[in-house]
Design a protein around this ligand. Structure first.
Ligand SMILES: Nc1ncnc2c1ncn2[C@@H]1O[C@H](COP(=O)(O)OP(=O)(O)OP(=O)(O)O)[C@@H](O)[C@H]1O
Length: 264
């Protein structure tokens, strides 16, 4: 479960560069809920994920994970409960280490242990089994360097790595945006599969309006640090990409031709 309660995030407070990235955002995700977040450039999407992960400290408001107030808990401590995957396929893993070493490190995330014990045979077998089960076709390449994989394979493994530790919260920051359409669909299918298998609570930021409407069970739209739209159920099922664009046009009072949001 994730709850952000009226959080305000201000960068460079008190300077000419002051910027209020979140202006009182409240959002609650129940355990196992999968929510897609869409919003124009600079809307505050990454800041919201950062506030949940503990990278960004809100100037007011609270962040709760599994009903515990973690507002002042460090990102390192929250890593036990929160996994993240970023846009850059290179961001979540180490190219010089083998695939197995990366996976073992991920499995011990948030426990503050050395990865060497994590490479025990039993742990490796369970990791291999997970890779096989997900049909990633990488189980015979576990000794190869992570850097030898394609961007799509590496992002698929980043996602698997995010689900190896016993965390139940997954934060996805445009994790398919840097992939070609075929790999993006593959990674998105894997995301749905892993979320369902492990009953993960997922907050997925995307610039694709289609993904925002057809992934997960709820769509939240952020605009200039505020939630503009929060839809689920029949209301969401009836929404089209054009409806989403209309909402943005109403909010911005202009066309969105130049915005990356226009990704179909
Ligand atoms: N570390 C920072 N220091 C100063 N300003 C920041 C910082 N991080 C974000 N901002 C500003 O806060 C606002 C929200 O940024 P954020 O990255 O959360 O938006 P976003 O919705 O993720 O945008 P995009 O889709 O372009 O990635 C922007 O105006 C951004 O410039």
């Amino acid at each position: 479960m994730i709850e952000v309660d009226n959080i305000v995030v201000t960068f460079n407070a008190g300077t000419p560069l002051e910027r209020q990235a979140l202006r009182g955002v409240s959002l609650r995700l129940e355990e196992g809920e999968f929510v897609s977040v869409i919003g124009s450039n600079g809307a505050g999407k990454s800041t919201l994920l950062g506030a949940i992960a503990g990278d960004v400290l809100p100037s007011s408001g609270r962040v709760l994970l599994s009903d515990a107030d973690v507002t002042r808990v460090s990102a390192q401590k929250r890593a036990r409960y929160v996994a993240r995957v970023f846009q850059d396929p290179l961001a979540g893993s180490c190219g010089n280490l083998s695939i197995a070493e990366n996976l073992a490190l991920a499995a011990s995330r948030g426990r503050g242990r050395s990865f060497l014990p994590a490479l025990r045979h039993s742990r490796l077998s369970s990791i291999r089994a997970r890779i096989e089960e997900l049909n990633l076709k990488l189980e015979d390449r576990l000794d190869q360097p992570m850097g030898s994989l394609s961007g799509g394979q590496r992002q698929a493994l980043s996602l698997v790595m995010a689900t190896l530790a016993p965390s139940s919260i997954l934060l996805l920051d445009e994790h398919t945006a840097a992939l070609d359409p075929r790999n993006a669909e593959f990674v998105l299918d894997l995301t749905r599969d892993l979320a369902a298998r492990f009953n993960l609570t997922v907050l997925m930021v995307t610039h694709s309006m289609r993904h925002a409407l057809d992934t997960g069970s709820r769509t939240v739209m952020l605009h200039e640090g505020r939630i503009l739209l929060d839809v689920t159920g029949e209301k969401r099922a009836g929404l089209t990409i054009e409806d989403l664009l209309d909402e943005f046009r109403k909010a911005r009072g202009e066309e969105l031709a130049e915005d990356r949001l226009l990704t179909a």
